[in-house]
Write a protein that binds this ligand. Structure first.
Ligand code: TEU
Length: 545
């Protein structure tokens, strides 16, 4: 496969509201991001994925866009955005923007027109249907944020479809005019010099609501190819689709060489392994490491030379990985480094979510009133109405709520963690006294420097970029081990996922003369990988010759 620049890149996701506030209003902003570009440059990342900064009533923190062409004043101005693109480029960093085209805000002028009457020229920009009578919505599809996915509009007597909040009406992408407006908008941003797009729930744009099809509609790939032809083909950019419903077969369709759709997609399959099957994200079960290994192995193997993986543990919708599958107490540092090692040495483009590189942890607010996320607030209301115990609901929110990822970035030990001089829009985690960027950058053994090394290794070793993945001792219940092979070079990764001391014996088939240690997470790591007794969350990486 021809090597593309994004094969070797590491992406850093910024959730602008919580990254760095330069103005003192308690909300992060674009100037605040510019102030931190040298920090990101030190980390060594190549691309910033910027969550939405467009005009928005913020019902879903910017994922409800009311004007695609304007920067929200909370975040700054178009000049600030242009300066960010330029200052990032000066440091060899590209900016990719969030492309939210499954829906707009209900305050977008298109929707305001659409709502005016059944014969308004914009009516068909959205999905309007008659109810079934007896006050029943057109069908039983439910919103991701609780309740029916249909909202009744008194004035016209019809319902509109919204898979997320009722302030996020779904666009009708079967309407060619809608698609062409969106393509123009994409070109507007690409012409400003951005490096590509992260496409929000892009697997939904081919929905066929009347047939109950939401994800993976029959025309989905056709629309993506059209978008490629009309827009993306003209630019050297990267695209990553958020595709909650993707399997590896679908990922090959999205990302296969020569298909001219997307460069990579986000799988959700590994993220659902601690959920009770079929019960959604709030019903939890412990992670089974063997299942996780099998899942990664499937994606690594099936996409090798037939597509491209995105590698992630975290984003603004997921709890913090060190709290989720690591140990955020006694072994916070070791487990955060172990998780980073396992992820970053696989094949694909790694994503680091702000704060992950210093091992930021989940938050536990005492009261529901301190939570901000619409999904969390709706869930709480709904469950209490159903008669659920508040403490049980809070337990789910502590484990899976999206605000876990959205507390402000912890820059230093001062009040509000150096995030703002004002009052933060959501409280800072009180552990910022010990967990913060300042102390992580100063300490050569910090999680930050471990990420920095992993990111640098990817640039230096082709085996990390192109090597074939093989799982070893796949049924070991506590250890995740694999090799990456390219030509004569073999990289061996051995990682203990738990707090015990398991034995690990290398299979005989993996013969070698010399093992050179590349990176590890304990200061005095063993030098021979043939037979090791691992310490809690220990991760060892060797080059075998
Ligand atoms: O997320 C879409 C999605 O399906 C999930 O990530 C979902 O929001 C979450 O897991 C709920 O449990 C994208 C964005 O990443 C998210 O922030 C937005 O709220 C959503 O789309 C709507 O735009």
């Amino acid at each position: 496969m021809e090597t593309k620049w994004w094969h070797k890149s590491t992406v850093y996701q910024i959730y602008p509201r919580s990254f760095n506030d330069s103005s003192g209003d308690g909300i992060g902003d674009i100037k605040g991001i510019i102030e931190k570009l040298d920090y990101l440059s030190l980390l060594g990342i190549d691309v910033i994925w910027l969550s939405p900064v467009y005009e928005s009533p913020n019902d879903d923190n910017g994922y409800d866009i009311s004007d695609y062409y304007t920067i929200h004043e909370e975040y700054g101005t178009m000049e600030d955005m242009e300066r960010l693109i330029k200052e990032a480029a000066d440091r060899n960093i590209k900016i990719i923007m969030d492309l939210v085209i499954n829906h707009t805000s209900d305050e977008h002028p298109w929707f305001m027109e659409s709502k005016k009457s059944t014969d308004n020229p914009y009516r068909d920009f959205y999905i309007w249907r008659d109810g079934r009578g007896d006050n029943l919505p057109p069908n039983d599809i439910q919103s991701v944020f609780s309740g029916p996915a249909w909202e009744f509009d008194e004035a016209s007597g019809q319902y509109y479809f919204h898979l997320f909040s009722k302030k996020q009406p779904d666009l009708n992408l079967h309407n060619e005019t809608v698609r062409h407006h969106l393509y123009d908008m994409m070109k507007f941003w690409l012409d400003k010099g951005i490096g590509g797009f992260r496409m929000d729930v892009i697997d939904l744009i081919g929905k066929e609501i009347d047939h109950g099809i939401v994800g993976n509609g029959p025309k989905l790939h056709h629309y993506l190819q059209e978008m490629h032809e009309k827009v993306l083909a003209g630019y050297d950019v990267m695209t990553v689709g958020e595709t909650p419903s993707a399997t590896t077969d679908m990922a090959k369709l999205y990302t296969g060489p020569g298909r001219n759709e997307l460069d990579m997609v986000f799988t959700f399959e590994h993220m659902s392994l601690d959920e009770v099957k079929g019960k959604g994200k709030w019903e939890l079960k412990p992670l089974d490491l063997v299942e996780l290994k099998v899942m990664f192995c499937k994606w690594q193997t099936n996409l090798h030379q037939h597509g491209w993986n995105s590698l992630y543990w975290n984003n603004h919708d997921q709890p913090r990985i060190v709290s989720r599958w690591g140990n955020d107490q006694e072994f916070r540092i070791e487990s955060a480094k172990m998780l980073a090692t396992v992820l970053h040495l696989m094949q694909g483009t790694p994503y680091v979510y702000q704060g992950e590189e210093i091992g930021m942890t989940n938050i536990r607010f005492e009261s529901i009133d301190e939570y901000k996320d619409i999904e969390t607030l709706n869930l709480f209301k709904e469950k209490i109405k159903e008669g659920k115990d508040a403490s049980d609901v809070m337990a789910s929110i502590y484990a899976k709520g999206r605000d876990n990822a959205r507390t402000p970035m912890q820059w230093d030990a001062s009040q509000h963690a150096g995030f703002t001089g004002g009052t933060p829009w959501i409280p800072v985690n009180s552990n910022h006294h010990s967990i913060n960027v300042n102390s992580a950058v100063e300490d050569p053994n910090s999680i930050f420097h471990h990420y920095r090394k992993l990111i640098a290794m990817r640039k230096e070793m082709d085996t990390i970029v192109h090597g074939k993945f093989e799982l070893i001792n796949g049924d070991h219940p506590e250890v995740f081990a694999y090799t990456r092979k390219l030509g004569n070079e073999v990289i061996l990764v051995i990682a203990n996922f738990y707090g015990r001391h398991p034995d690990f014996i290398l299979p005989d088939a993996l013969s070698f003369e010399r093992a050179e240690q590349l990176i590890s997470n304990y200061p005095d790591s063993p030098v021979d990988p043939k037979h090791v007794q691992l310490r809690p969350y220990e991760a060892l990486v060797f080059k075998l010759c």
